[in-house]
Design a protein around this ligand. Structure first.
Ligand code: FAD
Length: 386
């Protein structure tokens, strides 16, 4: 009753009126951008260079520095390379126990490093790789901060938070990380924000961001940082690292990809796919996850959400239905040609050219036609820029 009386005295507020927005810049102030580098036994992963390219843009936008943390053992000239690719400050954690990636020691080093900084970075970026996907959530959980996985675009911008669910959060956040990623099967681009705390974190898909041109004259600082591992960090021991080295052109660098799916009927179907691929210069063989899971071809051929993101000039999908998880990895290809015996296969909805028919009739015919052109012109088919 008393409440009702008091309410009468209050100025009338329309239920949908916009609340007054306080300046929340102190909650997630501008700050440095941190890239956590990834390498395999000294072999720097391309996604690190891509993250440095994207991180450089974000740091410049805030007029702050681009930091890079690299962990490992016998790192050679990796720290210098990171400067050449855009980092202002490189922090190096070298220890024999960091030779191979292991969750707990790496997590310890990253968390100790971040806690040692006088000011938290505004943004922390990792690759959407097996390592990045494992490490990033551990760090985010430790600092109780937000993390967006698998981003394809990054930016900095303002955000007006007007939701009355938690009134303490209402306000204008001028420096949010816009972590942008496809959602609802790529039909929408979601801009995901977590401005409640720095560092705002994201993992980024390999092959999407653009690295800077290497500049051997670029100047930056390189600092060693202490590594203080605890007995708890040694719970897992790596005895050997077995790397399957992909032969031929890398999927992410190929101009042409000929991919095979379950419609091939058996692993032998890939002989035909390989033969068609050989008709083109700078070509590679891709695959759907279904056939990778069946063991018909190895994982490094997999295209899609949990495989590689590719954007060749030409993508030929043979016996692939076009599930959304496959589509997100190849939909940016210049020209998509789909061969499928089912006229209603989803892939025909986004392929630029579709051939309805049996791959075992169509591919040999395509190979015959390409070979005829090659023998008359004496060269392999080169696909031009799109
Ligand atoms: C979390 C998650 C992540 C995933 N990640 C990926 C990923 O990264 N990449 C990926 O590819 N998938 C991924 N998948 C799996 C995905 O959902 C599909 O199951 C998979 O892509 C289907 O593979 P497919 O097209 O080869 O097989 P199917 O869907 O079985 O399609 C086979 C196609 O071949 C056609 N066909 C059959 N015989 C012939 C013939 N003789 N000639 C012509 N056409 C023929 C059929 O009409 C059919 O359309 C993921 C799924 C989940 C849940």
């Amino acid at each position: 009753m008393a409440d009702t009386e008091q309410a009468k005295d209050k100025p009338e507020q329309k239920p949908d009126s916009k609340p007054e927005l306080r300046d929340m810049s102190s909650v997630c102030p501008k700050g440095d951008v941190l890239v956590i580098a990834e390498h395999i036994l000294g072999d720097l992963q391309p996604v690190t260079l891509e993250l440095l390219g994207a991180g450089r843009i974000l740091a410049d936008k805030m007029d702050r520095k681009l930091l890079c943390l690299v962990m490992g053992h016998e790192l050679g000239d990796i720290p210098e390379r990171l400067v050449e690719q855009g980092a202002d400050e490189v922090y190096v954690a070298e220890h024999e126990e960091l030779k191979y990636y292991r969750t707990l020691p790496y997590r310890r080093v990253v968390c100790d490093f971040l806690e040692s900084l006088p000011e938290q970075p505004h943004t922390a970026l990792l690759g959407s790789t097996t390592t990045g996907r494992d490490l990033a959530p551990r760090i985010a959980a430790h600092f109780d901060t937000g993390l967006t996985a698998d981003t394809t675009e990054l930016d900095i911008g303002p955000y007006e938070h007007t939701s009355k669910v938690d009134p303490s959060k209402i306000g204008l956040y001028p420096n949010c990380l816009y972590a942008i990623r496809p959602s609802f099967g790529e039909s929408l681009k979601a801009r995901i924000l977590g401005p409640w705390k720095n560092p705002q974190m994201a993992t980024t898909r390999p092959g999407v961001m653009v690295p800077l041109k290497r500049d051997t004259k670029r100047k930056g600082t390189i600092r060693k940082i202490p590594v203080n591992l605890k007995p708890d960090d040694y719970r897992l021991v790596v005895t050997e690292l077995v790397r399957e080295v992909a032969k031929g052109v890398k999927l992410t660098e190929a101009d042409v990809i000929v991919s095979g799916g379950y419609g091939l009927g058996s692993p032998d179907g890939f002989d035909l796919v390989r033969e068609l691929s050989k008709a083109f210069e700078n070509s590679a063989v891709g695959a759907s996850r279904k056939v990778v899971d069946l063991g018909w071809i190895s994982y490094h051929h997999q295209v899609g959400q949990t495989g590689k993101t590719v954007r060749p000039k030409l993508y030929i999908a043979c016996g692939i239905s076009g599930a959304i998880q496959h589509r997100v990895g190849m939909s940016k290809s210049g020209l998509i040609i789909a061969i499928n015996k089912d006229p209603d296969a989803p892939i025909f909805k986004f392929a630029h050219q579709g051939i309805v028919g049996d791959i075992y009739q169509i591919i040999p015919e395509m190979i015959k036609q390409f070979q005829a052109v090659q023998s008359s012109e004496g060269v392999k088919t080169v696909v031009g820029t799109h």
